[in-house]
Design a protein around this ligand. Structure first.
Ligand SMILES: [Zn+2]
Length: 293
C-alpha cells in the first residue's frame, strides 16, 4: 500500500468509528475539496473569534478598565502629593528650628574668628614693598584711608596693555580677611607685594600717568572709597565688641588645639587629623591637644 492510500484508509477508519467524515467511498479529489472547504470554515471561525476577542478586549481596556485605572492613579497621585506637601511643611518648620539653633552657634563661630585674628605689628603699606614686573614704571600716591585695622593706599603702575598703559590701583591691608570685609581681591594688577594685601583693585586705566592723576582729582575721598572698604565699619564694630566681651578661655570646651603663641583650633575647624598633634600654622611649634574629635 502506498503512503497516500494508507492515509486514506486511516481517514476512512476514523469516519467509521466514529469520525468527522461519515461518507465512505469518496474519490481523492472529492475528499480534498471537502477537506479544504471544512478547513476554510474552521479558519473563518478562528478569524471571527479573534475579531470578537479583540473587540471584547478593546472594550475591557479602554471602556471599562481605563477609567478605573485613571481614577485609581488620580487617587494615588493625590495621596502622594499630600504626603510630599506634609513632608515639605514639616521640613520647613524643622529647618527653621535648625536655623534658630544655629543663630548662637554662628555667633560664637564669628566671635572665635575674631579672637583668632592675628594682629600684624604694622599694617602700613611700604612703597618699597610694592614692585612692578620688569622694572615697569610705578608712581607712589598717598593713603586714601588709614584706620587702626585697615589702610588703603593708591599707586599708578604701568601695565602690559598697548593703549591704556597705566593702571590706577588701590591696595589695602587689614586685620580682617577679605571674606570678612567682602573686599575685592583682583588679579592682573602687574605688581608683586611683599606683604599680603587683602584689597587689590584696579580703579581705572588710562593712557598716561597725568590722565589718571587728573581723573583722581575729580571724585571726593568718600566717592573714591565707595566699595573699597567693603563692610569694614560694621565688622570693626563687631570685632571691638567681641574682643572686649570675650576671651578665648570663655570657649575652652570648643578648643581642640592650643599653641603657646596664642594660636588655636576649634571644633569648627576641619575634622581632618583631629586626633593627631597639630603643628602650629603660625609659629611651627607642636600645639597642645586639648581634646580629640
Ligand atoms: Zn604657635
Amino acid at each position: 500500500m502506498g503512503r497516500l492510500e494508507e492515509l486514506l484508509e486511516k481517514q476512512r477508519d476514523l469516519e467509521v468509528n466514529p469520525g468527522p467524515i461519515a461518507v465512505k467511498d469518496k474519490t481523492l479529489v472529492e475528499q480534498v475539496l471537502e477537506n479544504q472547504e471544512k478547513a476554510h470554515v474552521i479558519q473563518t471561525e478562528i478569524d471571527r473569534c479573534l475579531k470578537s476577542t479583540e473587540v471584547e478586549n478593546h472594550k475591557l481596556q479602554y471602556d471599562l478598565y481605563a477609567p478605573k485605572i485613571r481614577a485609581l492613579e488620580d487617587e494615588r497621585d493625590h495621596i502622594m502629593q499630600g504626603n510630599i506637601a506634609d513632608y515639605e511643611e514639616d521640613r520647613d518648620l524643622k529647618q527653621k528650628e535648625i536655623e534658630e539653633l544655629y543663630l548662637v552657634v554662628n555667633q560664637v563661630r564669628r566671635i572665635l574668628t575674631f579672637l583668632h585674628l592675628e594682629r600684624p605689628a604694622d599694617m602700613a603699606i611700604d612703597d618699597d614693598d610694592i614692585t612692578t614686573y620688569r622694572d615697569k614704571q610705578k608712581v607712589n600716591l598717598d593713603y586714601i584711608f588709614e584706620d587702626e585695622y585697615l589702610k588703603i593706599k593708591l599707586f599708578i603702575v604701568e601695565n602690559d596693555k598697548p593703549k591704556n598703559k597705566y593702571s590706577l590701583i588701590a591696595l589695602g591691608r587689614t586685620l580682617f580677611t577679605e571674606d570678612q570685609l567682602k573686599l575685592t581681591y583682583g588679579y592682573g594688577l602687574s605688581i608683586n607685594t611683599k606683604k599680603r594685601c587683602q584689597l587689590q583693585e584696579i580703579l581705572r586705566e588710562g593712557p598716561s600717568v597725568e590722565e589718571l592723576l587728573t581723573w583722581l582729582g575729580k571724585p571726593s575721598q568718600s566717592q573714591l572709597l565707595t566699595g573699597l572698604q567693603g563692610d569694614y565699619h560694621t565688622v570693626k564694630a563687631e570685632y571691638l565688641d567681641a574682643i572686649e566681651q570675650y576671651q578665648i578661655d570663655d570657649f575652652r570646651e570648643l578648643l581642640t588645639d592650643l599653641c603657646t603663641c596664642g594660636n588655636f583650633l576649634t571644633t569648627f575647624d576641619s575634622m581632618a587629623y583631629r586626633n593627631e598633634v597639630q603643628k602650629c600654622g603660625r609659629c611651627g611649634k607642636e600645639m597642645e591637644k586639648l581634646r580629640n574629635g
